[in-house]
Each structure stands twice: as structure tokens, then as C-alpha cells.
Design a protein around this ligand. Sequence first.
Ligand code: AMP
Length: 280
Amino acid sequence: MRPVIVRTVAELRAMVRGWKAEGAAVGVVPTMGALHDGHLSLVRAAQRDCKRVIVTIFVNPKQFNSADDLAKYPRTEAADAALLAPLGVDAIFAPMPDEVYPEGFATNVSVGGISTRLEGLHRPGHFDGVATVVTKLFGMTLADRAYFGEKDWQQLQVVRRLVADLNLPVEIVGCPTIREPDNLARSSRNVRLSPEARTIASALPREMAKAAGAMRAGGPVHPTLDAAKAALLAAGFDEVEYIDLCDAETLLWIDELDGPGRLLAAAWVGGVRLIDNIAV
Ligand code: AMP
């Protein structure tokens, strides 16, 4: 059966209050729709832990720093509902933008430090948009647990920082990245890759795995990162915005490995911006 689609905060709240009165734990999976196996893995994780699960679908204008990217972002609500139907989620919360940002909306949630690096440098305002909408979704859904993908590693760390700093009563659960057979991370933006760009895209996980292996084996950090960047450009990427080794939690750049590190990259191919990250 297709899950019920809820459009307003008032309806959502009434539904969740009923579940809570029955003692049910509530999980939320925030998404921007155009659902794929990556999103579905978060839903399954939520269903393992929580009696009631809400999937939110909202293409959040505040987290897009490019009007073109916002306009081109795929919107496939009917297909999303059909994908979720066999999983038996309890509700889809898919509000219109003015339900989330009504006339007079004036608050911005900004997580310092971590939000300014990597994606934050290249997409100014992006994490303020994410932190603001995520804070609102927690307040709207009253969820006990929220599920985020490691695919967006920096986002996951920003949300953890936000929840700790503001004492928000929600447990954040990170879930592993789901990949295609050639290891390209599943992403809603992959549908925009031409067949040629799709072939080139597989160089991203391949070169990242190679670089991570070399650094784990004690290889020098900066020459290894430079070689990975050169290999991506040689494979056909148009631009590498960054490929950096960072502390896995703070995302500060590190020059050598002395604890859990994360290799993170963003690169353009055929007009599409891809991001990925792996443990080092
Ligand atoms: P998005 O709809 O792209 O905003 O993503 C919604 C959630 O799904 C975020 O927590 C993402 O990190 C997560 N997600 C997206 N792609 C993947 C993937 N390939 N594997 C695991 N989680 C993912």
C-alpha cells in the first residue's frame, strides 16, 4: 500500500502524537526525493530500530547555492512513493516550500568551524541551509532517531555537531554509502550523467581507493593527493574542486595519519558535480 503523504506540519504532528501515545519510537529519514537504493538503505535501518518511520521529501531551496542546480534537481514524487510502498513506511512528509518557510521566516542555524571547510568553501551557505532545515525537520517530526548517509560525510558530521551543541533530543544514526557495481556512489544527480560521463565517473571511487590505500600503507599525503587529482583529470574529469585528507570528525586537514582519517573529494564531469569519501 502506498504510504500516506502528509503536506502540513499540523497533520504530521497529530499523527506523530498518536504514535507516541502508543509508546512507539519514531525514526525520520530526511531526503530531497529522487529516491534510490542509498535512501532505501536508510529507511531499512530506521525500520530495524523504530516502530514508526517517516521519510521526508523536500528539495530545500536554502541549501542550494546555485539556482541552476535547484531548478535541475530531479523531482519524482510519484515514483518515490511507489518505491517506498513495498517497504511499508508509515508516512511521507512532503511539504511545499511555504509550509517550511512561511512569510516572515527569519531564523538561520549556522554550525561554525566544520561547516566552513570543504563543501562549505565551495558551496557558500550550503550547510546553513542544511542545518536550518534539519533543525526544523526534527522539531516538526518529533523523531527519536534520524538517519543520514555517510555518502554526505561532512553533512553527517555537521548534523552530529548541531545536535550535540543544541542538545536536540534526537539520536543521529550514520549509514554506509551504497554504491553501483563499479563503486560509484549512488546519487540522485547520477541520472544527469551522459553515458560517456558515467564511464568517466567510475574513476572517482577508483582513484580515491588507490590513494587511500597508498596513504594507509604510509605513502606521503600531499604527493599522493596530487597524483590522485592528476589521475582524475587524465581520466576525463573536467575539474577537481578538492581531494583532501581530513580528520574524520572535525574535517580539519591533516598532513599525516595518526587517527581515523577520511579522504573526501568533489569533482565535475559532464556538467555534474560528484562528491565521495572513504575511510583512511
Ligand atoms: P539527499 O536526498 O541526496 O539529500 O540524501 C538524503 C539522505 O540519503 C542523506 O542522508 C544522504 O547522505 C543519503 N544518501 C544519499 N545517497 C546515498 C548513498 N549512496 N548511500 C547511502 N546514503 C545515501
